[in-house]
Design a protein around this ligand. Sequence first.
Ligand SMILES: Nc1ncnc2c1ncn2[C@@H]1O[C@H](COP(=O)(O)OP(=O)(O)O)[C@@H](O)[C@H]1O
Ligand SMILES: [Mg+2]
Length: 393
Amino acid sequence: MGRLRDRWAEQRRLEDHRRLEEDLRSLWREACTGVGLCQYIPMPTGVTIRTPRFGALRNRPGVAFSVELLPGGEPDDIIKHADRLAHTLGGHGLRVEPLAGRWVRVVLLPCDPLREPFRLPALTISRADQPVLLGRTEDGRDLFHVLAEAVQLAIQGQNGGGKSAWCYGILSQVAGAADILVTGSDITGLLLGRAWDGTAHRPWQAVGTKDLEAHAVMLDALAAEMDRRLDAMPPRQDKVQPTVQNPLVLVVLEEFPGLLRAAQAKDKKLAERITSTVLRLVSEGRKAAFRVLMLAQRFEANAVGGGYARDQFALRLSFRVPGESLVMLHGEDARKLGPTHANAEPGIAYLSTPGHELVRLRVPYLGSYGEYCDRIARHGRRLDPAEGQGWAA
Ligand SMILES: Nc1ncnc2c1ncn2[C@@H]1O[C@H](COP(=O)(O)OP(=O)(O)O)[C@@H](O)[C@H]1O
Ligand SMILES: [Mg+2]
């Protein structure tokens, strides 16, 4: 009795598989024709349409099938139309994996793997050469960045895209590191400032718009320290290693174009002073263990201190932005992503880093601003009077 039932179930399963395979075969053909992924072959009887040939449906959970590339075709031809093809097949996206010879495997992704927010676990680093969690990719990998690497960071995104919230996550991870100093300028006074009261970092943060001069004074003091380090560089060395005495200086510039605009409105000279100091920090700071983390709604050259300044940023992260802004930071390859990303949810971003392809990711989320304040209060490095900090006293 049991054996019969098993056979019956097996029969049904094979039947379902075959039906799904047939449905997908014809949908695939329609989808390819629809997006123009096909060749028109003249025949005596009329024109025949040839599409990348559907092989077989894989016999496993999830939907994946083999496809033979068109003559002269490349996997890229499918990747280029991935989203549209997937939507016709009833999925969210597709992944294309090479098989043997002219065959590839197409894996249909049923829904956006980045749909659900993910909470930032209680991560902290104790030194600048430890990795900081940036976000999670579509294939579930966690991506990290090591601040000790000589890379400046540019973050763009429209209002509400998730720039500041991402920064809460980054700063909460580094606030306790013995060899990192979190400095910078924040006209909003939320990212830096009060949340940092009582920590060793707070004296090096200029906040608010009441005293714009204070931002310029603080940035100039940072540039002076950078010069001191460059002058004091030991022979046969070309960069400063972050230490407790000479910490890595993370210069956070929240809403930097806003700071420039406010300065401009008050006094043109002040705006020029801030622009030229920041340009120096960005371009000369790498060797001196200075890292600039600049946030802007869009990285237009004239909003961030010029095209030369913008070129200094090797790590680039874009939250929701118009297509043009995405291309501006990530190059022509990003153009096809523009329309979708222009409506991205908060916390979804594209990341470019040196030597790596553009990746889409969801950044971790602390949940609330109060949680950020709690983490800074809990982990934020305190000034140790015994050790002092030399220049940063
Ligand atoms: N990673 C995230 N996951 C889920 N929601 C987020 C995330 N980041 C931001 N948000 C939501 O979006 C809102 C705006 O984020 P915020 O960081 O202030 O944007 P921005 O600084 O780019 O203007 C936040 O108040 C929060 O509700
Ligand atoms: Mg913000």
